[in-house]
Structure formats: structure tokens, C-alpha cells
Design a protein. Structure first.
Length: 554
């Protein structure tokens, strides 16, 4: 066992003494050491219940003959920090999560790993670490929150963000906003639509690093405890079979994950996260691969923010297995190993579809013939950018630029009702380096939708969008403004054209003439983790990673 390096032999008596001080026995030291990585925190409902699940995982490990050892890593709540300076910490936390897991697992010579995730960045952060370590391992997602009930309909946190804009225009009252606020989030679990957490949960199941079906179960469903116990048992099988991430995270498996994002209308953040996971696994994957896969994959799953249903509805309809079955029937799925040891095709063929369900469309009746995202290039984004196609019908828009050098300025303009139909909102200096940390713009996009401008205004940014964003919105514009990308030289009134069919994002201006004398802005942070991140982080087109892993995007 790998852990023998710290616990076997006369010279390791001091280490054994310290381990026994934690309650371990000689019998425990004879068994494999299994790291149980928890992202539990009281700061967010997404991870609030993970202590309970960790106990069930540990019970399963003990029952299967292993010794579980739990440790914690960090989480930053996207939804709570949204629209504040704190949101800059969100994407940075993904790197810290991966690095901290690597350090503790390497430092204590664990034999196998189970990672528990919840909020958005904890999912890719844990899987990046598992790919980097390449030990027998798996990831279990804590599950979705249940929808709230307000005025006779299901609601999610998306409705609250959009209600802020509606309240600013008088479409609802402050009292109604307060009532919605009290009803939207009824308990523990990650945000309920196909926002970033549920998107990445689906993607990682299809990738093969989570047991199929386990992630689908809502956070407070009694079945979740059973799934956690089984994951604890399963990781010992994974260890005995020496089934490592390098055998699971392959190029075909990553294409399956992209197809899952495309067919469910998932978050554009999946582009950043799957690029990052691929780099950690040493698998070639580039930005244009997302467009290739999405363009051949129909949009089949009717989920919020663009659709009608939530993640618990998908679970009741047949879950990720049913999504996999649709893709298999369409000839759009590659076979490969999953962490259970079963082939993905075997998992897909085991799908059970609930009669008369409406969440997952038949292949003969897709929501759209192509998937929920596309990659654009052009004079404003020579390295590329990502547009979400689910939840709106516009494929082209031309309008005057309204330029803002930070999210707060854009949000203030929206609240003051200074944005008009036809405008193109440009938010820059919010990229990986410029932010730093590439904030999400849900406060802005939600307010625009809430004011009734979602179908008439377009937006582009070198920052990110929440998975709850919908409308003609382009993110991850690269190169970013802080590195002298073209977006830095756009001016108010410039005519900007989105042409999704041609995969173009262009501005009618000679931006090179404006480059003379431009200087990058002074760093917003001069010390600490944010400064370190700004110095190390790569372009969004390469996954915004800080790892020194080989960059396949160049």
C-alpha cells in the first residue's frame, strides 16, 4: 500500500503514535488509508449538509475494509458573493481547492480518495486534483436544492436575481421581493436549475468520475445517504482494481462530458472547467472542440434557466442515465470506463424513463437541433469566446456599445434604467488577470431580464456568467482587456455585431488605431492570493488555470 510509507517499519513509530492520538488503532493502520475530502461549510447551502454525507461515506469505507480519514478544504459561494468584490475569489478558489487537496493527499500518502463537492467551483476543483494525483478515486456531488414555492409556481435563486431588476422598474413591489427571497431556497443543496453546479455534476457523471445516478439525487433526499455509503464501499473496489483517473478521463470521455453540457443547456462555465480538467489529465482539448461537439448535439433537456424544469425534476424523469441513453441512441456517445468499472454504454442502456415525463425530449422533438452553447471568434475575440444558446432565439444582434470598466458600474446603469433596447453592454477588466478572478455577471444579467430587456439587449464581457444567465450573452472574451485584448479599445457608441450562425463577434471600428499609448491598469491587488493568481493565471481560452500542466490550447 502507498500508505505503508508513513505507517510501516520501526522508523515510523513516531508517525504511528501521532495517528493513534486521533483514535486510530493497530487494526486501522493495517488497512488502506482512504482520504475523504470534504468541502463542508456553513457559508452556503450547497455544502451545508456534507458533514452528514461524509459520515455515510466513511461508514461505507469501513464496511469495505478501509480506514477513512477526513479532511476539509475551502468553498466560496458564488450566489452569496455575486455582485460584490468577494465574487473575485470564486474562480480563484478552484485552484486553491485543487492545490490544497493535492498537498494533503501527497503529504500523507493516501491510497485512495473520495471527494465530496457542492458549490460551483468545488466540483471542478476536486476533479482537477483527482486527475493530477491519479490515484484510485471518485467524486460525489452533494446534490441539488429542492425548488421553492412562490405564488403557486416553482422558483429558484434565478428568480430572486431577476426579481431585483423587476423591483427596480416597479414590476413587483419590495414586499413581493421579500416574500420571494424567503421562499426561493427551502433548504440545503446547490442551486436547482442547470446552473454551474448541476451542469458540472452532469458532466462529471458522463465523464465517468462519479457513479452514474449518485449525483442526480437531491441533497436532502433519503437516497443520498445510501448513495454516499455505496461510494465509500465503491472506492475500495476502485483501489483493488487500480482504476485510476488516467484510465477514465480520456479524450472520448471529455467529448461525452461536453455533449452532456450541450444537450442539457448547461452553464458556459463548463468550458473553463473541462479545459482545466483536461489539462490536469494531460489530454488534448481546445476551445473549438466545444463548438464541434455542441454543433452536432441536439438540445434535448428542458431545464432552467432557459427551460421549465429543475434538477430534481430531471432525477424523477430518469436522470443522467436517461440523458446518456438519448445520446447513445443518437450515436453521439463514446463508450469508455466509468468509476464503477462498468462501461458507459452499459450504464446508458440501464436507463429507466418515467412514463409521460416532459423533461428530456425524444430525439424526434428536440428543443433545438444543436446544443446550448457555441464558440465565437472575430475582431473582438480573436482567441475566442462562448455564447449560451439555450433560453433565447436570437442568433444575430447589432447595436451600439455601452462600455463599463467594472461590473458595479454596469449594474448601477441598469438599476438607473440607462440601458435601452438594442444596446450592447460591454463589461471589461473583469477577466482572469484583470479582475482578477473573472467574476460572474448574474447581478447585471438578472437585472436586465427582470426589467424586460432580456430579448432586446446583448452583453459581452471578458468575465464569466452564472449558469443562471440566459439571453444573448457572450462571456470569456479573449484576450481580455487587462492584457491588451481588443475589448480594451471599444468605445461607447461603437457598433458591435453578434452573428452566431457565422460564429463571429465583431466591432465596426479600427481598434488598432486606439492602441497607441495604452497601458495595462495597475494591479488591483499587490499581495496575497489574488496577486499571485493574477500573475500566474492563463487566458480564459485555455481554462484560466494556474497549473504548470502542458498547455494543449496553443
Amino acid at each position: 500500500m502507498r500508505s505503508d510509507a508513513i505507517k510501516k517499519g520501526l522508523s515510523r513509530a513516531p508517525a504511528r503514535a501521532l495517528l493513534k492520538a486521533t483514535g486510530l488503532t493497530d487494526a486501522d493502520l493495517e488497512r488502506p488509508f482512504v482520504a475523504v475530502i470534504n468541502t463542508w461549510a456553513e457559508v452556503t447551502p450547497c455544502n451545508f449538509h456534507l458533514r452528514r454525507l461524509a459520515e455515510k461515506v466513511k461508514e461505507g469505507i469501513r464496511a469495505a475494509g478501509g480506514t477513512p480519514i477526513e479532511f476539509n478544504t475551502i468553498v466560496v459561494s458564488d450566489g452569496i458573493s455575486m455582485g460584490t468584490e468577494g465574487m473575485k475569489a470564486s474562480l480563484v478558489s478552484r485552484e486553491v481547492i485543487a492545490d490544497s487537496i493535492e498537498l494533503v493527499v501527497r503529504g500523507h500518502c493516501f491510497d485512495a480518495v473520495v471527494a465530496l463537492s457542492g458549490c460551483d467551483k468545488t466540483i471542478p476543483g476536486t476533479v482537477m486534483a483527482l486527475a493530477r494525483l491519479d490515484l484510485p478515486s471518485l467524486m460525489l456531488y452533494g446534490g441539488s436544492i429542492l425548488p421553492g414555492q412562490f405564488q403557486g409556481r416553482d422558483v429558484t435563486i434565478q428568480d430572486v436575481f431577476e426579481a431585483v431588476g423587476a423591483c427596480a422598474t416597479g414590476r413587483i413591489t419590495p414586499k413581493e421581493l421579500g416574500e420571494l427571497e424567503n421562499k426561493a431556497c427551502p433548504g440545503a443543496g446547490a442551486c436547482g436549475g442547470q446552473f454551474t453546479a448541476n451542469t458540472m455534476s452532469t458532466a462529471i457523471s458522463m465523464l465517468g468520475m462519479s457513479p452514474m445516478g449518485a449525483n442526480d439525487i437531491p441533497a436532502l433526499d433519503a437516497r443520498k445517504d445510501e448513495a454516499a455509503f455505496r461510494c465509500g464501499q465503491l472506492v475500495l473496489d476502485v483501489l483493488r482494481n487500480d482504476l485510476r483517473p488516467s484510465r477514465i478521463i480520456t479524450r472520448p470521455a471529455l467529448e461525452n462530458a461536453i455533449a452532456a453540457v450541450a444537450t442539457t443547456g448547461g452553464s458556459t462555465n463548463a468550458v473553463l472547467h473541462l479545459l482545466a480538467i483536461a489539462q490536469e489529465a494531460g489530454v488534448p482539448l481546445v476551445l473549438d472542440d466545444f463548438d464541434t461537439v455542441a454543433s452536432r448535439t441536439p438540445l434535448l433537456v428542458d431545464l432552467k434557466p432557459g427551460g421549465r424544469f429543475t434538477a430534481p425534476d430531471l432525477d424523477r424523469a430518469g436522470g443522467t442515465r436517461l440523458v446518456a441513453k438519448r445520446l447513445l441512441d443518437a450515436g453521439l456517445l463514446h463508450d469508455g470506463l466509468t468509476v464503477t468499472g462498468r462501461a458507459l454504454f452499459e450504464e446508458a442502456r440501464a436507463a429507466t424513463e418515467t412514463p409521460n415525463q416532459q423533461v428530456v425530449r425524444p430525439l424526434t422533438n428536440p428543443l433545438k437541433p444543436t446544443g446550448g452553447l457555441a464558440i465565437l471568434r472575430g475582431s473582438l475575440a480573436p482567441e475566442g469566446c462562448v455564447v449560451k444558446l439555450a433560453g433565447h432565439e436570437r442568433m444575430q444582434h447589432t447595436g451600439p456599445a455601452r462600455v463599463f470598466d467594472c461590473e458595479e458600474a454596469a449594474f448601477e446603469a441598469v438599476q438607473q434604467r440607462a440601458i435601452k433596447p438594442g444596446d450592447v453592454v460591454v463589461i471589461r477588466y473583469e477577466g482572469p488577470k484583470g479582475g482578477p478572478g473573472m467574476r460572474e455577471m448574474l447581478a447585471v444579467t438578472g437585472a436586465l431580464v427582470g426589467q424586460g430587456l432580456g430579448d432586446s439587449v446583448a452583453l459581452l464581457t471578458d468575465g464569466r456568467f452564472s449558469g443562471a444567465t440566459h439571453g444573448l450573452m457572450v462571456a470569456h472574451v479573449a484576450p481580455e482587456a487587462a492584457t491588451g485584448g481588443p475589448i480594451a479599445f471599444v468605445r461607447d457608441g461603437d457598433s458591435i455585431t453578434f452573428d452566431v450562425a457565422k460564429r463571429r463577434l465583431d466591432v465596426a471600428a479600427n481598434l488598432e488605431e486606439r492602441r497607441a499609448g495604452w497601458q495595462p491598469p495597475r494591479p488591483r491587488y499587490k499581495s496575497g492570493v489574488m496577486a499571485k493568481y493574477a500573475q500566474l493565471v492563463s487566458s480564459a481560452s485555455q481554462g484560466a488555470v494556474t497549473s504548470s500542466a502542458k498547455n494543449f490550447s496553443t
